[in-house]
Design a protein around this ligand. Structure first.
Ligand code: ATP
Length: 303
């Protein structure tokens, strides 16, 4: 990656627009705490069609500027898109600049991986905008340095297994044709992922998984989405519901509506219910909206 791109060869007035999809975790087992304070995970990611839009516009100097109208998203160097752009500049010795506009649709701090996906989209988009020609492997290695969930979004996969901190990605070719529909409910709580992991350690895990990604993968493939209700699992769910009882309320409301496969995603508070079709999700969405709770409700599918 010792490429040098002098400023005069930077693109002028070029714009790239790219979608940054969200994820849900259909399975998330926290295995153990490591010496570096991260946790080893075994997770099944599903990419969903709820998405932010990232608009990259070339700037003449090597400046990086982030613009986002959402109040909870930082516009300074702590933004994951800023980090992605800075990392590319440093690794590729590139002097080009960029304005990164984030059109935020994915709820923030919800366990849906919005910031990570934005960072992945920035890496992919800038590789094109700045003509860096990095291959997927090199880009994925950079992704790991930004955050544990960024790597998953680099591959454009609907499903994948995440190991180690979640950044070690295994493709699941058996699930390529699978499409799942969800009703996704996001209560208006901003959950801090580090806090949930700290509490998880204090409470010594609370629950143990009843299966693993391999079993879930096989059940999805052979028996279809509705054979998996007892296999969906998230180690962090018991912790988040203790601190934020509203997550439990969301789960209860979905269960009262007749759903059986319900799970919190990541560290929460987003909760998804697996449904058989878009039609079923739309009907349930209307019923839930009628309850007038302060929740965001989405009909979404894997993509
Ligand atoms: P994680 O589990 O990684 O915390 P999440 O899906 O729960 O992810 P995000 O929406 O990614 O939550 O936001 C987590 C935090 O990251 C927010 O508090 C926000 O301040 C910060 N952040 C940095 N960059 C971004 C970005 N581009 N979009 C959203 N949040 C960002």
């Amino acid at each position: 990656m010792n490429k040098s791109l002098p400023q005069e060869s930077c693109p002028k007035n070029k714009i790239i627009s790219i979608k940054a999809y969200a994820k849900v975790n259909l399975f998330l087992a926290v295995l153990n705490k490591r010496k570096d304070n991260f946790h080893n995970l075994n997770t099944l990611f599903g990419r969903i069609d709820l998405a932010d839009r990232i608009i990259l516009r070339s700037l003449p100097a090597n400046e990086i500027k982030v613009v986002c109208a959402h109040g909870s998203v930082p516009e300074d160097e702590s933004n994951l898109c800023f980090k992605a752009a800075k990392l590319l500049q440093q690794r590729c010795k590139c002097n080009c600049g960029v304005e990164i506009k984030i059109d935020k649709r994915i709820p923030v701090g919800a366990g849906l991986g919005g910031g990570s996906s934005d960072a992945a989209a920035t890496l992919i988009g800038l590789n094109k905008l700045w003509r860096l020609n990095l291959n997927q492997k090199k880009l994925a290695n950079l992704a790991k340095k930004i955050g544990s969930d960024v790597a998953f979004f680099m591959y454009g996969l609907s499903f994948a297994q995440g190991l180690s901190r979640g950044e070690k990605i295994r493709k699941l070719p058996q699930l390529v044709k699978l499409r799942l529909w969800f009703i996704l409910v996001v209560p208006e709580i901003h959950v801090s992922t580090p806090l949930i992991y700290r509490k998880f350690d204090e409470l010594l895990g609370l629950t143990k998984p009843v299966c693993n990604v391999k079993i879930l993968n096989s059940a999805l493939r052979k028996d279809g989405p509705f054979a998996v209700k007892s296999l969906l699992f998230n180690s962090l769910e018991a912790v988040t519901t203790r601190i934020y009882p509203e997550v439990k309320l969301v789960k209860k409301m979905l269960s009262d509506l007749g759903l059986e496969s319900i799970l919190m995603s990541g560290s929460g508070p987003a909760v998804f219910g697996l449904v058989s079709s878009r039609k079923e999700a739309v009907t349930l969405g209307e019923k839930l909206r009628g309850q007038k709770m302060p929740w965001q409700i989405f009909v979404t599918r894997t993509i």
